[in-house]
Every structure is written in structure tokens, then in C-alpha cells.
Design a protein around this ligand. Structure first.
Ligand code: 3PG
Length: 207
């Protein structure tokens, strides 16, 4: 999958923190049923790689990816577990090379024009904009679109049902990411109906 194809799957990529790999499959099913097939499982918990493995094996309609890829070795590990895309909060040369070496779609994180330009020099045109709200929000992203119209972003960080549309209205935004679709209490309590409803609302953000 090319990174641009990730943008077309849905307007929102849920960012998931999973403490229990047993929750991965029912959670992924609820998200897919709600209309959000691309799911970013963050590598912040010991359960993450096993969660990715299970979703890849048992939820064929999901496109599972790994988020919080911060060490170069995380990229290959996530790919081995079955991740189909990789997302990082920032980027270094070594991390970019490791992510590119997997052959997977990847969204390296940036928050400045210089960081975006450094990636452009390597042919990378799809990036995560992080932390979106604190780094300047939709106005900042709109300004980056002037000199750098060839870059498409997935803003993430502080995005919610209330402000997502302001990002999605920008021509340089491919999709947005966020954790608001999978609140901790709903994941821990197995409230898949609530997550399905939140996913359906998020999926409807782009007509
Ligand atoms: C992250 O990687 O933590 C994402 O940016 C999620 O941010 P959010 O919890 O503010 O949606």
C-alpha cells in the first residue's frame, strides 16, 4: 500500500493504546464496522506487537499499522508482526531509512517547514503533523501549504470530534489521527458498541 492510499481509506485513523492484547480483535472489529478500517496501534505497551499480530490475522477488513515508532528497530518488528503502515511522532535519518526499508507505507512526524523539507529531499511527501493542536493547528498547517503544496499531512495530537473538520477541510490534509474514538474506559470495559458509534461519527466527517 502506498501512503497516499492510507489517506483514502477513511477520514480518521484511530490511535489506539492497548494494555491487553485480548481486546485487540473485538476493538478492531468495532472500528471496521463503524467505518474506520485503518487502525494505528501505538508501540507504547508490551501488548502492542501481539495486538497488531492478532488484528492482522483475524480482522481481514482492518488495515492495521504501528504508531509511536521511535527506534529504528521498531520498524522491522512492527512489519514482522503484520503492520501495514508505520507512524512516528518525529523523524531522524536512521528512522526514515528503517521505515523505508520495510517497504510499508509510512508517515514520519514533522512539525516545522524545515523538517518537512528534509523529508522531501528523500522523496517523502506524506507526513504526520504532530502535535497538531499545540504546534499551531489548522492555521499553521494552512500556512505550510503555501510554500509546500506537495506535502499531504495526517495531523494528530489534540484532535477531537469538535475540531477534526477544520483540518479535513484543508487541501493538504489527507486524514486526521486521534485517540478520541477509543477512550480508555470504553476499551478497558469492552464497550464495543460505544466505540462503533464513535467510529461511525468519525467516518461521517468526510462525506
Ligand atoms: C499520539 O501519538 O499520541 C497521537 O498523536 C494521539 O494524540 P491524541 O491522544 O491527542 O489524539
Amino acid at each position: 500500500m502506498r501512503t497516499e492510499e492510507l489517506f483514502d481509506l477513511a477520514p480518521v485513523v484511530p490511535v489506539v493504546v492497548l494494555d491487553d492484547a485480548d481486546a485487540a480483535v473485538p476493538l478492531a472489529r468495532a472500528l471496521v464496522e463503524g467505518g474506520l478500517p485503518a487502525i494505528e496501534v501505538t508501540l507504547r505497551t508490551p501488548a502492542a506487537l501481539s495486538a497488531i499480530e492478532r488484528i492482522a490475522a483475524e480482522v481481514p477488513d482492518a488495515v492495521v499499522g504501528a504508531g509511536t515508532v521511535v527506534r529504528p528497530e521498531d520498524a522491522a518488528r512492527a512489519a514482522e508482526a503484520g503492520a501495514r503502515f508505520l507512524v512516528s511522532p518525529g523523524c531522524t535519518d536512521r528512522l526514515r531509512e528503517a521505515m523505508a526499508a520495510t517497504g510499508l507505507a509510512f508517515l514520519p512526524g514533522v512539525s516545522t517547514a524545515s523538517e518537512a523539507m528534509a523529508l522531501l529531499e528523500h522523496g517523502v511527501t506524506a507526513m504526520k503533523f504532530f502535535p497538531a493542536e499545540s504546534a499551531g493547528g489548522p492555521a499553521y498547517l494552512k500556512s505550510l501549504g503555501g510554500p509546500l503544496p506537495q506535502v499531504r499531512f495526517c495531523p494528530t495530537g489534540g484532535i477531537s470530534a469538535d475540531n477534526a473538520s477544520r483540518y479535513l477541510a484543508l487541501p493538504n490534509v489527507g486524514c486526521v489521527g486521534g485517540s478520541w474514538i477509543t477512550p480508555k474506559d470504553a476499551v478497558r470495559g469492552g464497550d464495543w458498541d460505544r466505540i462503533r458509534e464513535l467510529a461511525a461519527k468519525a467516518a461521517a466527517l468526510r462525506p
